[in-house]
Design a protein around this ligand. Structure first.
Ligand code: PLP
Length: 384
């Protein structure tokens, strides 16, 4: 949205910044008080008051307020990683005996975390669409968790329809919005209850920070900030918050550049004979393209394509044939990266997500699209 650029300025002209062009980093772990009564009062409200770094820190708090403004949320809580945010959020919403529905493919460790919760009596089921959700829902289902676009496959779910379905059945919805960033999609405005992000991707933007956030209404954020944030201890450091604060300043500009390069590369791959299919919701040929246009204002540059092969060796040869793309996990930084789940993901997780052997994931960085296209063309010729 046009006014998102101000989040680079949001909160930075408050008196405590003393006019500094970059907000100061509060590098202290402890805050003191004039009396024991004041300290006690602050501890009871440690989600908002500065007592100890593991609770709230002014630099982290500034980032939280910026992210809440971007997501149009009442409040946001930052964590030491995306998984810190995801595990704390899910934990805060379920109790022993509850059931979680997972719609579509989600980040592998999120599924692993749900499996881990089984030892505490929390069960889950995966469903490919709302019809499957209708079959899988149980009287004890409490939460619907999903990503849109979905993980690795980049399927689009209609957020208004999904949240309407969940609301009618009394479920809380949690959506991972890392792919789009709040620049291109604001799920809370479309009925989602809580949004989680890894800030380690586009938000940070320079592959130099790991962080996470959950954003939503105070009634859901406050309990998890006072309990799971404090007890799991996945606190964000003020130095990491300062890096993400800088990342947010350029986020709208970077996302526009990522979008342009990502679409150019996806278009090239879609026309190549060695490619079976390209999973990029910004391509008009993508089955969810029209829905995406209705709920997103742009497309990031993480997508996958399927090599016309069932051979892991051939996928490996393709990756090794790339000269410019670097082989590695993660995404959303300056540098273009490539990864292939058949070579790197636990087999059972790959199968659960329905990911074909020939699927290759690209994170298109900020290098010129021509350079990237030439690199991919050369590696495709190498397996042709
Ligand atoms: N969500 C998605 C979609 C991700 O791709 C990742 C990490 O790759 C995460 C969450 C977890 O984030 P983090 O690595 O910051 O814990």
């Amino acid at each position: 949205m046009d006014d998102d650029w101000i989040c680079g300025r949001f909160g930075e002209d408050e008196p405590w910044t003393l006019g500094a062009v970059n907000p100061p980093v509060f590098d202290n772990s402890v805050f003191t008080f004039g009396s024991a009564v004041e300290l006690g009062e602050a501890i009871r409200n440690e989600d908002e008051r500065y007592v100890y770094w593991r609770g709230t820190n002014p630099t982290v708090d500034l980032l939280q307020r910026k992210l809440a403004a971007l997501e149009r949320a009442e409040r946001a809580k930052c964590f030491g990683s995306g998984m810190g945010a995801i595990s704390a959020t899910i934990s805060s919403l379920v109790s022993a005996g509850d059931h979680v529905l997972v719609l579509g493919a989600v980040y592998g460790p999120t599924t692993q975390f749900l499996r881990y919760l089984e030892k505490f009596g929390v069960t889950h089921d995966h469903a490919v669409d709302l019809d499957a959700c209708d079959s899988a829902i149980r009287p004890n289902t409490r939460l619907l968790y999903f990503e849109s676009p979905s993980y690795m496959r980049y399927e689009i779910f209609d957020l208004a329809v999904v949240t309407g379905w969940a609301r009618e059945r009394g479920l809380v919805t949690v959506m991972d919005n890392t792919w789009s960033t709040p620049i291109f999609q604001k799920p809370l405005t479309l009925g989602v209850d809580l949004v989680v992000h890894s800030l380690s991707k586009y938000a940070g933007g320079h592959s130099d920070v790991v962080g996470g956030v959950v954003a939503g209404p105070s009634r859901l954020i406050r309990p998890l900030a006072l309990t799971e944030y404090q007890l799991y201890g996945a606190a964000m450091s003020p130095h990491d918050a300062a890096k993400v604060i800088k990342g947010l300043r350029t986020l709208p500009v970077r996302m526009a550049a990522h979008q342009e390069r990502g679409l150019a590369v996806a278009g090239f791959l879609a026309g190549h004979p060695a490619v079976r299919r390209v999973n990029h919701p910004g391509l008009p040929s993508h089955p969810g393209h029209d829905i995406a246009l209705g709920q997103m204002s742009g497309f990031s540059s993480l997508f996958s394509f399927e090599l016309a092969t069932e051979s892991r060796d051939e996928v490996s040869t393709f990756l090794d044939g790339l000269r410019h793309f670097r082989i590695g996990v993660s995404w959303g930084g300056f540098e273009s990266l490539v990864n292939a789940p058949a070579l790197t993901t636990e087999e059972s997780v790959r199968a659960t997500m329905g990911i074909p052997v020939g699927l290759v994931r690209l994170s298109v960085g900020l290098e010129p699209a021509d350079t990237l296209i030439k690199d991919l063309g050369g590696a495709l010729d190498g397996i042709g």
